[in-house]
Write a protein that binds this ligand. Structure first.
Ligand code: GCU
Length: 354
């Protein structure tokens, strides 16, 4: 493996992760590190998120699903904050496995999710439009971001942390729905929301499946090992500083000094299941860096008697999918997109590890 990556097994007390007890400690160390140095600490959870169905459409997906609009309420330091969530629930008897998608647009139907296909495969789908939570704009700390005092010591939440926090508050409500199978819930996102999904799943152990689609820099892709055409720490820190905590800026020209790499983010979901998807024409998100990260995260699963990533060490062939291990990787043909083909593989990954 890449020798210059920080050792994921090396605990702060100098010992090596060998079993579940060690891993519980090491996972906390990793989460603290990621909170302190890149994503920021989340706001406190004052009480579980609550949901109220405000609209119901029974003529959805050929009548095979009910589409609900649910208002999610989060208690904050400045009173209740609300955002909407769409919930496609199969009409067939449950309980149903669930995908919770963070999405780019508020529309009920969207090019990034094949609702009918998911429903016909027996999945429930919850969708949150991320900018209902907080705007994706520099220096605009609005909506949920305006509801808490952001710590000024460099570790205060970035926007990715707030979007992830909101997904967890939506999950607080979803687990109260008897139609949902709580053993089979996954969080998924594309690109900046793929970064968010990884971060959400890393922290929230109720998600047994964590999916990253084309998440790239500060997502699944390694920072210390970039390939041609890939986004760098300098570019992402310069263009999107507000996605992260202020401390991340310390590394803008020195990713080699980061005390972690992105395989730490994947590993934080161990012993659960992580599936990383790349696209062949998406050099910006660095498919090879994403694949290497899956391999680099795997020693944690192996220390616990599992396997992690089972796939080639050389760059994967276009169109291939390696879904056998607890860490899956797939390389779809085509551009930066969350496609039907990606979803078919993500459904297959969940089924394989049922
Ligand atoms: C930009 C950004 C990426 C991000 C992407 C997206 O290209 O540089 O890091 O993943 O936007 O979210 O679409």
């Amino acid at each position: 493996m890449l020798k210059y990556l920080p050792d994921i097994l090396a605990m702060e007390n100098g010992s090596t992760v060998k079993n579940e007890q060690d891993w519980a400690i090491r996972r906390d160390e990793i989460l603290s590190l990621l909170r302190r140095e890149i994503y920021g600490f989340p706001p406190p959870v004052l009480s579980p998120g609550q949901g109220r169905v405000v609209e119901t459409n029974k003529k959805c997906c050929a009548g095979h699903a009910v589409l609900e609009t649910v208002e999610i309420t989060v208690q904050t330091e400045k009173g209740p904050f609300q955002f909407p969530m769409r919930l496609f629930m199969p009409t067939a008897p449950g309980p149903h496995p669930l995908f919770l998608l963070l999405n780019f647009r508020p529309d009920a139907y969207d090019m990034y999710f094949p609702a009918e296909e998911l429903i016909d495969n027996g999945f429930a789908l919850a969708v949150i439009y991320y900018q209902d939570v907080t705007s994706d704009q520099k220096d605009t700390w609005d909506k949920l971001a305006a509801c808490f005092e952001r710590p000024k010591d460099g570790t205060g939440y970035g926007a990715l942390t707030l979007w992830a926090y909101a997904a967890s508050r939506a999950l607080d409500y979803l687990v109260t729905r008897p139609e949902i199978d709580q053993q089979h819930m996954g969080v998924i996102g594309h690109s900046r929301l793929g970064k968010t999904a990884l971060w959400c799943g890393a922290q929230d152990e109720r998600f047994r499946y964590v999916y990253s689609n084309d998440s790239g820099c500060a997502g699944a892709a390694l920072e210390k090992c970039k390939h041609e055409g890939a986004e760098t720490t300098r570019i992402i820190c310069g263009n999107f500083p507000y996605w992260f905590c202020e401390n991340y800026q310390k590394y803008i020209d020195h990713p080699e000094k980061l005390p972690f790499d992105q395989h730490f983010l994947l590993a934080a979901s161990c012993p659960r299941f992580v599936c990383v998807g790349s696209a062949s024409l998406d050099a910006w998100a660095d498919p090879v860096g994403e694949q290497l990260s899956c391999e680099a995260a795997s020693p944690i699963w192996q220390a616990l008697g599992m396997e992690g990533y089972i796939g080639p060490k050389n760059p994967a062939a276009v169109g291939s999918a390696y879904l056998e291990g607890e860490v899956g990787y797939q390389l779809r043909d085509g551009i930066h997109f969350l496609s039907r083909q990606d979803w078919l593989r993500y459904m297959a990954f969940m089924r394989k590890h049922w």
